[in-house]
Design a binder for this molecule. Structure first.
Ligand code: DP6
Length: 371
């Protein structure tokens, strides 16, 4: 599919107003997206676990307006007006206008809330942008008269999901991996022929039962504002001395990951994801300007995980986002002992002892309006 296929056909229905609601999850990358080209095209392919509990719930209320020369909308977080969010959404609307020609015809009220605390240091852009993209797709679906057979053929579920992911990507790259679950690939690569730079797709190859219901306990080491925004971070890869090797490594890691996912080899899986996480941070430490996004407690946790793994043989590993928090990943059938270890030995390193228990999930859901 190319961008052109996501340009809407002329709408056949007129709708004055309405309301739609979606909940969409966050995701955690195993092979990381870090570095992008123009128009939110990733420099390398990435793959993530969709999460289940960390999600954004967005209700989009829309009403027709007279002046169609500009975007008009308000954003509310937990019922409180958030003008500080508007510039990001204005940029998003500009990027997607060509694909959703009704955007300037309506005034939008965006009501959003997260199931995780806003100040947790967990990025809400993946869940937030995917939830908003899905709400907009539901409006497009309303406007297209699917009783006409031609529209029915082209506006099917597959198109809806792909275009929602395509739009979400234009809001925030990683958001395109939040529409579905449980393992989502974004970025063209040899290992997954159907993967695209434009949207996320489900990982199509065999996945061993070891990865079913995989657990992610998120240790909140630092709940402050991100030290480096992802936009700034991705830009650091332009002219970075190790960039080309890193992009190649991500492609190579896809080939390494495929047999691991198939065989269920947890030791090799852990080695791959920990290497990916540390490489992401190494890229930041070796850019100009340079950043250390880990905190002392991040390293304490990593060392504790390594010691525990060594002494017990249990399959606990970690990954990191572009920040100090640690995602502790482990299989469901080892969760009793590992959760005990987390509570006894790792939670002490979390800010105010805060952590979030999550697990692999299956993507976004549309909500009934009275929810
Ligand atoms: C480190 O998706 O937040 O989490 O496209 O600029 O919004 P933008 O970036 P964003 O980058 C996320 C980077 C990462 C790795 C990953 O999720 O793959």
């Amino acid at each position: 599919m190319t961008e052109k296929q996501f340009i809407s056909k002329p709408f056949s229905k007129i709708i004055e107003n309405g309301s739609v609601s979606w909940e969409s999850p966050s995701n955690i990358a195993l092979i990381k997206y870090w570095g992008k080209k123009k128009d939110q095209i990733p420099e390398n392919p990435s793959i993530s676990f969709t999460l289940n509990n960390c999600k954004t719930i967005t209700t989009l209320t829309y009403s027709k307006k007279e002046d169609t020369s500009k975007f008009e909308f308000d954003v509310f977080l937990d019922g409180e007006k958030k003008d500080s969010f508007k510039s990001k959404i204005e940029i998003f609307f500009k990027r997607i206008e060509a694909y959703l020609p009704f955007l300037k015809d309506y005034y939008f009220k965006i009501d959003t809330k997260n199931t995780f605390p806003h100040s947790s240091g967990i990025a809400s852009s993946a869940s937030g942008m995917s939830a908003l993209a899905l709400c907009l797709m539901s409006i497009e679906k309303e406007l297209v008269d699917v009783t006409l057979s031609a529209a029915k053929r082209s506006f099917n579920n597959d198109y809806f999901t792909k275009k929602a992911s395509f739009l979400a990507r234009l809001g925030s790259g990683s958001a395109c991996r939040s529409i579905e679950g449980d393992l989502i690939v974004w970025g063209a690569n040899k290992t997954v022929a159907e993967a695209s730079d434009l949207y996320g797709v489900k990982y199509p190859h065999e996945v061993h039962d070891n990865f079913k219901a995989y657990q992610d306990t998120i240790l909140l080491v630092d709940k402050g504002e991100k030290q480096v925004s992802s936009t700034v971070g991705h830009n650091l890869m332009h002219g970075h001395p190790f960039a080309q090797n890193r992009f190649k490594q991500a492609h190579d890691n896809f080939e390494v990951l495929k047999p691991i996912l198939q065989s269920g080899d947890l030791n090799k899986f852990i080695a791959l994801i920990e290497s990916e996480a540390l490489t992401l941070h190494a890229m930041m430490m070796t850019s100009m300007p340079y950043f250390i996004l880990m905190k002392p407690n991040t390293l304490e946790i990593i060392n504790k995980i390594w010691q525990f793994r060594e002494s017990t043989g249990l399959h606990v590993g970690f990954t990191l986002d572009a920040g100090a928090n640690v995602h502790v990943l482990y299989p469901k059938n080892e969760s009793a002992e590992i959760l005990e270890f987390i509570k006894n030995e790792l939670v002490a390193y979390c800010q105010n002892g805060h952590y979030i228990c999550d697990e692999i999930g299956f993507g976004a859901n549309q909500l009934k309006m009275n929810n």
